[in-house]
Ligand binder design. Sequence first.
Ligand code: AHM
Ligand code: MG
Length: 303
Amino acid sequence: MTAPDADGGDPADAGSVVEAVFDAVAETAPEIRAALPGRRVKSGTENASGESVMAGDLYADELLGDAITAVDGVGSFVSEEREAAVDAGGAVGEGAYAVAIDPLDGSSNLRSNNAMGTVVGVYDAPLPATGRDLVAAGYVLYGPITTMVVADDDGVREEVVEAGADGSVSRSVVEDNLRLPDDPLVYGFGGRVPDWTDEFTAYAREIEDELKLRYGGAMVGDVNQVLTYGGIFAYPALVDAPDGKLRLSFEANPIAYIVERAGGAATDGEVDILDVEPEGVHDRVPLYVGNEELVERLKAALD
Ligand code: AHM
Ligand code: MG
């Protein structure tokens, strides 16, 4: 895929823009991580989804916004924490790409010092778009180790990201063809059990007998366990919130893209997440993602 770059200069292919975006994300990750200890409090503002924003969310959003809009070939930057897209120069779909981020996924884990992440989707169409318009997606996991998982047409790789004493950032690939294990081991389901639908509750009861519960309250951390051990993660449709909690553009689409490239599947309960047609950039969607066999059973259970 070739296209003129955002400034109308030399053609930039999707691969080089994607590489530059994830270079920028990796460069920013240690800085975000280092800034978290002093930013475990509420910022006093609400985001476009009406949720309370933590100081860490705002800081991560600012750093990533600066780093990603500076990448040649990025025409638009869209964040879970911002009402509107930021124009980064260049027409998306005509040579430039739209980058969507959830700057600090699972930021309610700041107070309790548990895992969090940054989620990134690179789309070749203006948002809102479907997940079929993704050319790459990835996430950073701020766990005991900082890792970055990146998926594109070629597959999924996992890197360790480390900051040196002089501030330089080094990256080492630990897995260059990440695949979901065939024998699933873990599951993690969000939302309060009394708020689940009867159909989902019945499915969960079956899964509880087969797999081990691993739920940490940050989608990136919970999905990373599914990628590592095999299994299923869900933030389901709730009785009073039929669209669940997670956002299609910033969370569900990138995660679905990554898991599908790793050999798994993702659905909203009826259709593939990547086929869900959005109405707005901040739309929510139920997300069920993991080993294909478990996702197929889920779809049958909800039918
Ligand atoms: P956030 O992006 O505002 O942090 O919200 C998304 C997070 C997901 O990481 C996680 O799966 C879910 O919210 C957990 O929600 P809850 O705390 O309601 O279990
Ligand atoms: Mg999130």
